[in-house]
Design a protein around this ligand. Structure first.
Ligand code: PAF
Length: 281
């Protein structure tokens, strides 16, 4: 397993793999790896001859006052995990390598980024799409792998890839959960014991929402009201949003029909967690 920090060296490795007829898979991450990331890595390994896992805490997707400085950075233990999982390359560029002096180019996906996380994190998705486009240009993957936990991010990246005719197949993999239902996230490490317990309200609420919809509930505002009522009962939780939207334009639904995303963002102390389900109705 090799840790590569320079774009030129990664390009050389990709060129060599391609000359051997290998497919290239990319798993973009910000590190602090957990089972969710390792599931993406496993899938990438199964489908590609060369698998690259990138680790880059991308400054331009964090807003002022957000957790860029505190974001957990554990390259050594991440590398041990990737090596154990049979990963071949970690691409861990510096900020200077990715955004050298004079950098001025950004990618904006419109509409889909206006609501949900985009409403409370206005420049977040511009930072995500810009860095993902750069990683796609650098690694030129045939396949790229992202988690469903970041549902809006997944839809925005799929839109960008389609709109800009990017030659990469984007795979969205199911959310990996702890045994008690909490969606795995690098930010779970910020939670106190009490907050960790309180955060179970997310998966529990989504499970009940799925049951209600499968039971015939189609009124989106009734579902939203149910979510707000249920989460408000948890004293450590503060709702950022509870959304019932379509998966094409991420627009609020009145009546639930078709492919529906039910997405939550909730704060527990200083930690903002997201979770979601997608139902085919
Ligand atoms: O989901 C993440 O970890 C990040 O947003 C990503 C896709 C690696 C871009 O920095």
């Amino acid at each position: 397993m090799e840790i590569i920090r320079e774009i030129s060296l990664l390009r050389a490795r990709v060129k060599e793999a391609r000359s051997q007829g290998k497919l290239v898979g990319l798993v973009p991450t910000m590190g602090c790896l957990h089972q969710g990331h390792l599931a993406l890595l496993d899938k990438a390994k199964a489908e590609n001859g060369l698998t690259i896992l990138s680790i880059f805490v991308n400054p331009i997707q964090f807003g002022v006052g957000e957790d860029y400085e505190e974001y957990p950075r554990h390259l050594e233990s991440d590398a041990t995990q990737v090596e154990k999982a049979g990963g071949q390359i970690i691409f861990a560029p510096t900020v200077k390598e990715m955004y050298p002096q004079g950098y001025a180019t950004y990618i904006d996906v419109e509409r889909l980024t206006a609501g949900l996380c985009g409403a409370s994190r206005p420049h977040h998705f511009r930072g995500v799409t810009t860095v993902v486009a750069k990683l796609f240009n650098i690694a030129t993957p045939d396949n790229a792998y992202f988690g469903q936990k970041d549902a809006q991010q997944a839809l925005v990246i799929q839109r960008m890839t389609k709109d800009l005719n990017m030659n990469v197949l984007v795979h969205i993999m199911p959310t990996v959960r702890e045994a008690d239902g909490l969606a795995m996230s690098s930010r779970n490490s910020y939670l106190s014991l009490a907050e960790r317990k309180a955060a179970l309200i997310l998966s529990q609420t989504l499970k009940q929402v799925a049951e209600k919809i499968r039971g015939g509930e189609r009124d989106a505002s009734a579902i939203q009201a149910f979510i707000v009522e249920k989460i408000s009962l948890e004293p450590l939780a503060t709702i950022d949003y509870a959304a019932v939207v379509d998966t094409e334009e991420i627009r609020p639904l009145k009546e639930i029909s078709g492919r529906t995303l039910i997405a939550l963002a909730v704060r527990f102390g200083k930690t903002r967690l997201i979770d979601n389900i997608i139902l085919e109705v």
